[in-house]
Design a protein around this ligand. Structure first.
Ligand code: ZN
Length: 322
């Protein structure tokens, strides 16, 4: 099993390399498919024919003009002496990592791990809308550039996804797991537009500590365990019946730490029982009256939510940090 490594080799070399990958190539091929004077091709673009570094990507061909516009925005914002611009499917990266590191993240974290998560879970509507991904090499760069670009200090040291700015803004010095967390949100948004925060954050948090198991990406026990185990000891853990009904405001409210942890480990519990995809799909597709009903359904209707919670939390108590 190969664990997604957070190890990094942050190069400080200034680079003036601008790498053009799939986005631009698709753009040219799409535009050149019909010669001058030909009728426009009425056929829609193929669902997915994008390749990066020899790997087939699961995302549909994004609009070439939109990709080019985002690439231009990044080049205009970020000095070419220090930043590389690199496009992989709908992900338009601007990074001050070394060229080697940038390609490593693109070829592994995005073209393998995120691509597998896309195929495993978000099966209805793979993301085609391009999105900017700012990958800042360390905490200093992340903070300084947040202030320069967005006029504010980030509220999290790791990174975030801004729907409004159509941007992932990452301190990649914290490792590829954080990037996967935020990419999961961007993929979820395309697949399930109104995904509730408790589900969105549970999935993002699940994949922030991931490994390859027989060609699938699986989340493994991570730092959020400690808080949940303490909550369980004190009897203050978020109840699953409550979690599944939380509004987004409630989820991100006073008890957000407990909510994240409960949701994250519910997702891992479902994953380890082979029920994660079925649960996500039932909630996304509104197959049942409530998410609680969907949870019962994936356990064949043989357990109540309280019984599932008892099993899940008993299992959480046995977990140990690696
Ligand atoms: Zn998140």
């Amino acid at each position: 099993m190969k664990r997604l490594s957070g190890k990094r080799d942050i190069g400080l070399r200034a680079l003036a390399v601008v790498l053009l990958a799939c986005g631009s190539r698709w753009g040219r091929s799409a535009e050149n498919a019909a010669g001058a004077g030909d009728k426009p091709n009425p056929l829609p673009a193929p669902a997915s024919n994008c390749v990066y570094d020899g790997k087939a990507l699961p995302w549909p061909v994004p609009d070439a003009k939109k990709v080019e516009a985002l690439e231009k925005e990044l080049r205009d914002q970020l000095p070419k002496e220090d930043f590389v611009v690199l496009t992989v499917g709908p992900w338009v990266l601007g990074t001050d990592l070394s060229e080697v590191e940038a390609k490593r993240f693109a070829g592994s974290t995005i073209a393998v791990y995120a691509a597998r998560i896309q195929k495993q879970l978000f099966t209805k509507s793979p993301r085609s809308e391009p999105v900017k991904v700012y990958l800042f090499k360390d905490s200093d760069s992340y903070t300084v550039w947040n202030v320069k670009l967005f006029k504010e200090r980030p509220s999290t040291p790791y990174g975030y996804y801004s729907r409004a700015r159509r941007s992932l803004v990452m301190n990649i010095g914290t490792g590829g797991g954080t990037l996967l967390h935020e990419m999961a949100h961007a993929m979820a948004e395309a697949d399930f537009e109104k995904i509730p925060a408790w589900l969105n954050e549970g999935l993002g948090s699940l994949f922030e500590a991931s490994m390859d198991r027989n060609g699938r990406v699986v989340g493994f026990t991570n730092w959020r365990l400690t808080g949940l185990q303490k909550d369980l000891e004190k009897g203050t853990a978020t109840k699953l019946k409550d979690l599944l009904e939380l509004s987004d405001t409630e989820f991100y409210g006073e008890r957000s730490g407990s909510n994240y942890a409960a949701s994250r480990y519910l997702m891992q519990y479902l994953q380890d029982n082979g029920k994660l995809e079925a649960f996500y799909e039932r909630v996304r597709d509104g197959k049942d009256e409530t998410p609680a009903a969907s949870l019962c359904k994936v356990f064949d209707g043989k357990k109540t939510v309280a019984q599932i919670e008892a099993d899940c939390f008993a299992w959480v108590k046995t977990l140990r940090l690696r």
